[in-house]
Design a protein around this ligand. Structure first.
Ligand code: NI
Length: 261
């Protein structure tokens, strides 16, 4: 096998303010670390400009998603959703997201979150792109909605997956991949027991930067250049090489995102 490999960060919020001071250096470090494709996750109408700017200024490196994050489904969700729909009517994006259900921060709008997640699942199918799923204290509700829409054409990622073996198997059976990030390097993570029972073909790598940095950067800002640390941890978990992890997870990402990355 060639030692030429590249890695994909399938989930980053690089437009966030914490990167304003050094965004170009962050991108340089990530390219130097062989992380050559970044999926920039939108969250709501306030982040669209930042997402599109990254894509415009770094073609072939940054790819935009379009969707509405469950934590931003509030009283005004219909206006927010109309903006997402309008963008999708005007151009394509590599995925619908960040979507899903979050019962951890606020349970006020659970019904609305479900309605919007359903709309996003159907949009992903209609557009033939993956759905990026954020599930927090809501795994089985997300899974049920995925299963209800699964007609063989729906694909996607349970992002920042850190669940049980049972949950992982159910997600895979429903046609989803598992997005694995910095949390797999944490001492008490379940990944060590869960992942080897599944197989690398179900895994894609991510950072969720600036959040959830891997060891030894805990407590600091995360960035895409740390994907190799995640790849190393995943290689340890699977008792294989980083090259093999890079090869398979990058192929998984490429397949998922329609060869675009
Ligand atoms: Ni995210």
């Amino acid at each position: 096998m060639s030692n030429e490999f590249l890695l994909v960060d399938t989930h980053t919020h690089l437009y966030e303010e914490s990167f304003d001071v050094d965004r170009e250096q962050v991108l340089k470090r990530c390219v130097d670390a062989r992380v050559r494709k970044l999926i920039i996750q939108n969250v709501d109408s306030t982040t669209i400009e930042g997402v599109l700017k990254l894509e415009r200024e770094h073609p072939g490196l940054c790819y935009a998603t379009m969707g509405l994050h469950p934590c931003y489904v509030k009283e005004n969700w219909k206006e927010e959703w109309a903006i997402v729909e309008k963008w999708w009517s005007e151009r394509d994006f590599v995925a619908v997201g960040e979507a899903g259900l979050d019962y951890y921060w606020d349970k006020t709008f659970i019904a609305e979150q479900k309605e919007v997640f359903g709309l996003q699942l159907r949009l992903a199918k209609q557009k033939g792109v993956p759905i990026i799923i954020h599930s927090r204290d809501s795994f089985y509700d997300c899974l049920e909605m995925v299963k209800a829409e699964q007609d063989g054409s729906l694909k996607g990622i349970f992002h920042c997956f850190s669940g049980s073996l049972e949950e992982a198997q159910a997600a895979i059976k429903a046609g989803m991949k598992l997005g694995i990030g910095g949390t797999c390097t944490y001492k008490n993570s379940r990944h060590k027991e869960v992942l080897p029972k599944l197989g690398l073909e179900h895994v894609v790598l991510e950072t969720d930067s600036p959040y959830l940095p891997p060891v030894p950067h805990r407590g600091k800002r995360n960035e895409s250049a740390y994907v190799p640390l995640v790849a190393e941890a995943v290689a340890d978990i699977f008792e294989t090489s980083v090259l093999e992890v890079a090869r398979i997870t990058t192929a998984n990402a490429r397949e998922l995102f329609g060869g675009l990355v």
